[in-house]
Design a protein around this ligand. Sequence first.
Ligand SMILES: [Zn+2]
Length: 238
Amino acid sequence: MASTICGWCGDRTHMTMVLGPYELPQAVWPVNRHGSTDMDWPVYMAAFKCSNENCERLSIGWTKLHTSGAGHAKDRFPRSDLEWEPVTARRPDFPDVPDEIAATASEAHACLSIGAAKGAVALARAVVEATAKVKGIASNGIQSKINALRDAQIISPLTAATSERIRQDGNSIAHGDIGEEPISTDDATAILEFMDALLDEVFQRPAKLQKLQQRSVERKAGGVPGQAMPPAPGGGPA
Ligand SMILES: [Zn+2]
């Protein structure tokens, strides 16, 4: 089984192989840097069924397998990092996050969902930079911005420490030069999870709590606690 985001239903599902890998003709093998077909890397394709019981549609997965490998292509077919068709771009909403930052965060997820890990991480870093800027923090470098957010009690020490932890694991939200680092899908996933947690802490959770407080104030002003507010003047729903 291979795990990926199904390009049909959008769920992260296990894909069950239903048609074993076969070798494609040389015309579609990768080309080496001299411009000729790389005979060491034949390309194999297989068909997979989505395990979501409301989907079960077929996706095509393919990869190149080095000729030096032993055994049948089916046993050597990787369980991750396949190329997939169809792919779908996920674009989650970020309510209560300033529009520009929300759009960039959504696009970071869209990149990750089609396997563009570097693009995802570059955008996630831009989101963190912009978030600090909105909060009036202008220090240099992402980690120092995250630390400044912590010092201003906008994020918790745990959040700042988690950023450090991800950095120690190799790739980080705070790394400098994106062109030079290899970024795996797992790294990018961790970095985007951190970005999501940061946006929640800085924008979404405070907005949610403020709405709760507001509702409580309105209830008191409206009289009996626990009752719905009367319709707003002008007739629209309150
Ligand atoms: Zn599916």
